[in-house]
Design a protein. Sequence first.
Length: 262
Amino acid sequence: MEFLVLLGKTLVLRSYVFLFLAMALAVARPLMGGSRTVAFFFITWIVAFACEFSSTRTGIPFGWYFYTGSTRGQELYLSNVPFMDSLSFTFLLFASYCLSLLFVSPIRRQGSAVCLPYSLRLRMSWPVATLSVLFFVLIDIIIDPVALQGDRWFLGKIYYYPEPGIHFGVPIVNYLGWGVVGLIAFSLFRLIDRRLREPSSDANKAGPVMLGSALYYAVVTFNLAITFWIGEPLMGLSGVLIYLPVTALLLIKLAGGLPVQP
């Protein structure tokens, strides 16, 4: 009963996290199918939780940081890690995966309709894997600095670094840790993906891929909006500058000027 009460409190306190998660799950099912969706989200959550559990005790892979426990009794914790924190990695990696598919997929047009395949060859390509991890790390470069200022908005002061880093208080090793999580989780998913029954043909997956990419930008926009709202224009501007070239390349790709083949 206590678990259910805390889970309910978590849903209320971190409603924005669960909204993003619900959107990701709604997109993942038509893109990957039920089995792959369960595998992707479960693997990512387990890897993320294990790495957070490790890093708060050994400094590996994110470097040393600690959760304050200030929201105990208000939200669900697993050991010393807030449940919603490791859960957030799942929809962030999925959205990064969708954006990488949009960059790498050969875009075909049938009249006004856009067609994107979801073949095994495309999914297993190194460009998709590399870009997925890269976009996963990039989005944390936007998220972590503003999350560290959680006492100035509705996140709360839930964690801290004993030795603040050079990037708005965030150590660079934290971003390397995100790369490790993304690489391990995505690699494990690829192993399982090969063993699951292949979905029928190269069905058009333009809708889910674009919705997943839109989710990625929704998370970026949400965090940049919070950054400017708490009065951190330099932090916000640095995030905008990071995503200007990414967005420009994406628009060129969608316009047909950046053909990329896996």
